[in-house]
Design a protein around this ligand. Sequence first.
Ligand SMILES: Nc1ncnc2c1ncn2[C@@H]1O[C@H](COP(=O)(O)OP(=O)(O)O)[C@@H](O)[C@H]1O
Ligand SMILES: [Mg+2]
Length: 366
Amino acid sequence: MTEQTPTVVIGSAGRRLYLIDWFRDAFTSLGLEGRVVVTENDPSSASASYGDLARMLPRYDDPAYGPELLGMVDELRPGLFITANDYELMHLHVTTDLAQAMRERGVLVPGVSRAWQRACADKLLMAQLLTRIGVPTPVTVAGGDTEGIDALRRDAEELVVKHRLGSGSSGLAVVPPSQVESAVRAAARTAPTSSSSITAEDAVIVQPKAAGVEHGVDLVGDLTSPGVLSGVLARRKLRMRAGETDKAVTVGPEPFLDPARRIAEAADLAGLIDVDMFLDGDGAVSVIDINPRFGGGYPFVHLAGADVPRYCVARAFGLDPGASWQEYETGVVSAKHESVRVTTPAPGAPGAAALSPGEPAVTAAV
Ligand SMILES: Nc1ncnc2c1ncn2[C@@H]1O[C@H](COP(=O)(O)OP(=O)(O)O)[C@@H](O)[C@H]1O
Ligand SMILES: [Mg+2]
């Protein structure tokens, strides 16, 4: 393959090998001989040797990360760069200008504006941004805001306490109003704090338990016209495991379209973000969380027929994505399962010398 080979870079795919497969499938279905380059920090991670080409990068917070990333971009000239890691996203879009530097080199880098990227990592800030644009979200106060908590206590039957900068359901507790103080203290003990000097209790948030049933909703913004909503793909969560959707059933996007449009426009959305929304019996929606990347819920709509990788690859290489990438069957139930692959063969093991990136040595469902 030459330097002109259509190239997509996927950073920190980690356990999500399906993303690598689906971007490869996208090249095939569009008739392109492309390659998926995988960047990782840990050469023994499941994804590191699973792409067509592997590139190790320093950790995002290593000073060498930026120069090596841009060096790789100059060498491989990808049309699209995505990453599945929240810290790497913050580093690319907020802490540095690396996302912009890649865009100036002609790479499509999906994402949201700097303010929204920051808010995606800070649940208090997110509640403020959502409220400002008229998207319903639970009233959210900091753990140290005693007046705010008193006001919540008067109205809500159950309160949710969780880490303000958390992910993977960290610090989560659902408690009756009488137990909120002790729940805040408990969550504060393990709460991550930002470099700015907030107290441990203010690194926790409290909000009413949202009414209704939880859904995962992917919002896809036009990759070349940020802010224009191109697709909405939804599933009802049937079971969560380790903070991720484990089983879900696909549903139509209609109830989520209005908040989706508002978020996409306000956040200058380009590409896919994963949004947690509650839908109550009256059809009212409440947004509780946004992950600005492919999240653990995307597979449920992909397996029902949607194909966001195809949309991304088509846009990145000047092809017409058509409309079918956002069509999927509703009522499809899917469940995750485990699988494992050798990432570092024993020296001298049969096939060890021949193992090359893109050639999974052994993969087994468990
Ligand atoms: N206000 C809320 N009402 C009901 N359930 C909630 C609320 N906040 C969080 N949860 C539950 O906790 C899970 C994790 O919370 P979330 O805000 O999505 O944080 P993260 O996914 O970043 O850890 C959600 O998927 C949902 O099941
Ligand atoms: Mg969430």
